[in-house]
Design a protein around this ligand. Structure first.
Ligand code: G3P
Length: 216
């Protein structure tokens, strides 16, 4: 499973890339707004320049024609940019047109298997089921990811599944087990994934043991 960072924070992205584990980035208007940079294009371009893999940038408009127009603009910002479009009837129309033009689309805000199926049929390169937000309303977000992976395999769809709205390391483990191609995760979760108390204790013990000999 590939790990993407779900953030628009440049420092977090730089660190993740330096660690050698971040294969892409997903942003959304809320995450970009959090950075306090009102220049959406400039911020998105900076992110694309840091990340070696795909960077999802969401359209900021509604309506088929407006999404297509903005999607075409966003697609020109960088070679690795992916246009993010909502999983709606309008989003499907926009995705069909954009994908036929060779523009990669990540269909986002996916909360059902039917939405995911339609997203794939419309030509989405990626579909993003929101795990945490489904869990929040008492549903089982990871079951949706599992079902989408299974159905896409049944029909050999090339659309990749991005487990999104990830809230904790257990979500990453579960996403990997059910076969999601990608989990897009907050930076804090990436750091949590690197940590284990026995690793920390082990390092201290190894160094302390060596110091006992080195001091003699
Ligand atoms: O990738 C989607 C993600 O940004 C949504 O996460 O935590 O706002 O549900 P969250």
């Amino acid at each position: 499973m590939k790990i993407f960072l779900d953030t628009a924070n440049l420092e977090q992205i730089k660190h993740g890339v330096k660690m050698g584990v971040v294969g892409g980035v997903t942003t959304n208007p809320s995450l970009s707004a959090k950075e306090g940079n009102a220049d959406y294009e400039a911020l998105s371009k900076q992110i694309c320049a840091i990340v070696p893999g795909p960077v999802s940038v969401e359209v900021l408009v509604e309506g088929v024609e407006a999404m297509i127009q903005q999607g075409r603009q966003i697609a020109k910002w960088a070679p690795n940019v992916v246009v993010k479009v909502p999983s709606t009837a309008e989003g499907l129309e926009a995705t069909k047109t954009l994908s036929k033009e060779g523009i990669k689309v990540n269909m986002t805000l996916c909360f059902s298997l039917n939405q995911a199926l339609l997203d794939a049929l419309a030509g989405a390169a990626y579909v993003s089921p929101f795990v945490g937000r489904l869990d929040d309303i008492g549903d089982d977000g990871m079951k949706l990811v599992e079902d989408i992976v299974k159905v896409f395999k049944n029909y050999n769809f090339s659309t990749e599944v991005i487990a999104a709205s990830i809230r904790h390391p257990q979500h990453c483990i579960a996403a990997a087990k059910v076969g999601a191609q990608i989990a897009t995760i907050p930076y804090a979760v990436l750091l949590q994934m690197t940590q284990h108390p026995l690793t920390t204790i082990g390092i201290s013990r190894f160094l302390a043991d060596w110091q006992k000999v080195a001091k003699k």
